[in-house]
Design a protein around this ligand. Structure first.
Ligand code: MG
Ligand code: ZN
Length: 236
């Protein structure tokens, strides 16, 4: 039995939504974002349109420079370090793009300790094209990179999945996680669906609660999550 921690990136590891900020900075956030929220198109389609609207000065180098102005939750590095010390594998699951996630994780010095599952921006020396290696046909989620699949594909039958997130793209994954930490709209969604969760504000709080659970031997699988994983796996 092993334990896995899954962390959302935007608004969870990072302070604020860096993907939104990127499109605001280099392209046109609106009206496409409002159209997405209104349900006019999928996240993948939203990304195709937003990426097509990026200005020509949006290069990989410009994105790295943009990242210098962004910040991560101060509790992120201590959480990842503590996980390493107790043999908990950490995976970053994001419906954002590698183009800003990788530079920010590199800057934190933790990139090599983390597995990252996210969407990809391919650069051809002229413009970016988005691709969605984590897209799922079997999940009903609204995301371009399905976090449910990221969770169920990475853990074994008796393993424990811990999930930390804040938003819409995390909603499909939390039903399959044994221990859930939720803030913002994800907390409301968990309450609505009756999924037990720890409300949190910072990753330091997440680490303190997890340290306590591990110390007491109270980190356990959740029956409903185990059953949901088994069902999803069989349907795949
Ligand atoms: Mg988020
Ligand atoms: Zn999904």
């Amino acid at each position: 039995m092993s334990t896995h921690l899954f962390l959302d990136f935007d608004g969870t590891i990072s302070n604020g939504d860096i993907g939104d900020e990127l499109f605001r900075t280099f392209g046109s956030f609106e009206p496409v974002h409002s159209q997405l929220i209104a349900g006019d198109f999928s996240v993948a389609e939203y990304y195709r349109q937003s990426v097509a609207l990026l200005r020509s000065d949006c290069t990989p180098e410009a994105i790295v420079e943009f990242c210098d102005g962004q910040s991560l939750d101060a509790g992120f590095a201590p959480l990842v370090d503590w996980c390493a010390s107790v043999d908990i594998a950490v995976t970053v699951v994001s419906d954002g793009f590698d183009a800003y996630i990788s530079p920010l994780l590199k800057k934190s010095g933790l990139r090599d300790q983390l597995k990252v599952i996210c969407n990809v921006l391919e650069w051809n020396d002229e413009k970016f094209t988005p691709s969605f290696p984590g897209a799922s046909e079997s999940c009903t989620c609204f995301c371009a990179s399905c976090k449910r699949n990221a969770v169920i594909n990475r853990i074994g039958d008796q393993d424990i999945a811990i999930y930390v997130g804040d938003g819409r793209s995390d909603a499909c994954a939390v039903e399959y996680a044994d221990v859930v930490f939720a803030k913002s709209s994800l907390a409301a969604e968990c309450t609505r669906k009756g999924i037990p969760h720890h409300p949190y504000r910072t990753l330091s709080e997440v680490r303190i609660i997890l340290q306590e659970k591990v110390g007491k031997g109270a980190l356990r699988t959740r029956r409903q999550a185990q059953l949901a994983r088994k069902r999803a796996f069989e349907a795949e």
